[in-house]
Write a protein that binds this ligand. Structure first.
Ligand code: NGQ
Ligand code: ZN
Length: 451
């Protein structure tokens, strides 16, 4: 048994004081008691909150973060960024993919994310042919998660076509294209090789699948989360309307029947009916506010959606920055800038920081099908401790700690992080961070030297 003791901890019932936690050898919380006396051998910390899910990741994109911030000859957009991204991934080897993912996951853990949903579509070799082991790159993601101690929800992607109406894929998409039978085999392979891994499925977007291949994938995957990009760009909504007469989220509501297994990534452009029906469906909106700002996607209808009890999680998607506070603060600030008002996403009298943290932890755990997101008996012990002397936290209690972290801290006040009880971050640094960073540096120096 690992014994922990926290002066303050955020429990499902709210903030509690003098909280003793016992972690069983399998990494789950065996016992928890508030108002307790610390056992002499307990490892003590001042403030504990549950680890957060990062619901949407394309790990390799961390290697190009900041490399698309130079204005091109014509007007830049999501679509010109995508061309830069395609150019970058062209030359990645399996070793590069593992090295970049390792660095990314170490940074995520240092930020307080304890599980990641890897929306994995880099399947093929640079020339578009499958690897000898079709799971080669998917296995590199598993290896990076194992090395860093990150909990992984692996989401192999179905990428079937270039765009709506069976448009052929482009040369830039050759590393993604895999027929639905091969994707189902990849999912089965990962499940067989890694019995404890959470494996779901991810039709890339309505653009990139056919209705038939989408149905085949969903029918073949009776369990596990289902993630799809939806309604990120206005052009995508217009193209979907031209193709089907319906907007993307409406199409998904009507044709696949959304429910708790589903996580719709972005959902930036929704009409009022889509907001209402998505919120009522029990599905999670996988919001990626920092990436959405970086790519110029638009503003999520957060006030309407949360007002109707819509569920959400957050993801760092393109990984332009890895910071939990940035994601939640950007979500709130987008609403403030649009509405020219303050404190948009909390109910009257409630803390914005606590509201956002609490909804993202619950929605995120659901979207990744991970037994996490709450410090309570029976859950995996994913626990983040915060530095009480951090300038944005010092002297504060309870909700004000989260408001300080999310809105006022220049660097994350994360002190330690445990995933399933195992200590992976200590004193704010990942325990294997130096080796991981050295490997990443070698990878990037080689990649950018040939560029
Ligand atoms: C992705 N990223 O799959 O990495 C996408 C770009 C696409 C975002 N949507 C490619 N943020 O959507 O076609
Ligand atoms: Zn994405």
């Amino acid at each position: 048994m690992i014994k922990l003791f926290f002066a303050q901890a955020l429990l499902p019932t709210g903030w509690a004081e003098d909280v003793a936690v016992e972690v069983a050898p399998d990494g789950t919380i065996a016992r928890i008691e508030a108002g307790a006396v610390p056992a002499p051998e307990a490892s003590r910390a001042a403030i504990a909150v549950p680890g957060m899910a990062n619901v949407h990741s394309h790990a390799f994109q961390r290697g190009m973060a900041g490399l698309a911030e130079r204005a091109g000859p014509a007007e830049d957009s999501f679509w010109t960024w995508r061309e830069v991204m395609y150019g970058f991934l062209d030359r990645l080897t399996p070793d590069d993919v593992e090295s970049i993912a390792g660095q990314l996951y170490a940074e995520m853990l240092e930020a307080g994310f304890t599980a990641v949903g890897e929306f994995h579509y880099l399947h093929n070799d640079s020339d578009g042919s499958p690897y000898a082991d079709p799971a080669e790159l998917a296995e590199r993601i598993v290896a990076a998660a194992t090395t860093t101690g990150m909990a992984l929800t692996h989401l192999p992607v179905l990428y079937h076509q270039g765009s709506f109406g069976a448009a052929p894929s482009t040369p830039g998409q050759r590393r993604f294209v895999m027929d639905v039978e091969a994707v189902v085999r990849l999912i089965e392979t990962l499940r067989a090789r890694h019995p404890d891994l959470v494996v779901g499925a991810a039709p890339h977007s309505l653009r990139a699948v056919t209705p038939e291949s989408l149905r085949t994938l969903v029918e073949a995957c009776e369990s596990g989360p289902l993630h799809i990009h939806a309604a990120e760009q206005e052009k995508e909504v217009a193209d979907c309307l031209a193709w089907s007469g319906r907007r993307p989220v409406r199409w998904l509501l009507d044709e696949v029947g959304l429910g708790e297994r589903w996580c719709l990534i972005h959902c930036t452009h929704l009409d009022g009916g889509e907001v209402r029906d998505l919120a009522a469906s029990g599905a999670v909106a996988g919001l990626c506010p920092v990436t959405e700002a970086n790519l110029g996607d638009g503003i999520f209808r957060g006030v309407d959606y949360l007002g109707q009890s819509g569920r959400f999680g957050v993801g760092s998607d393109s990984h332009i920055r890895i910071d939990l506070a940035d994601e939640l603060r950007s979500l709130e600030y987008s609403q403030r800038l649009r509405d020219r008002r303050r404190n948009r996403l909390a109910a009257p009298g409630h803390s914005v920081g606590l509201t956002l943290f609490d909804k993202a932890r619950a929605g995120g755990a659901q979207a990744l099908a991970q037994n996490m997101g709450a410090i309570e008996a029976g859950r995996r012990a994913d626990i983040v401790t915060l530095d009480p002397d951090h300038p944005a936290l010092v002297g504060r209690q309870g909700d004000a700690l989260l408001d300080g972290w999310l809105f006022a801290a220049r660097r994350a006040p994360v002190d330690s992080v445990r995933v399933g009880g195992r200590l992976v971050v200590e004193g704010g640094r990942h325990v294997a961070g130096e080796a991981v960073a050295r490997r990443f540096a070698r990878t990037m120096q080689a990649l950018l030297a040939d560029a």
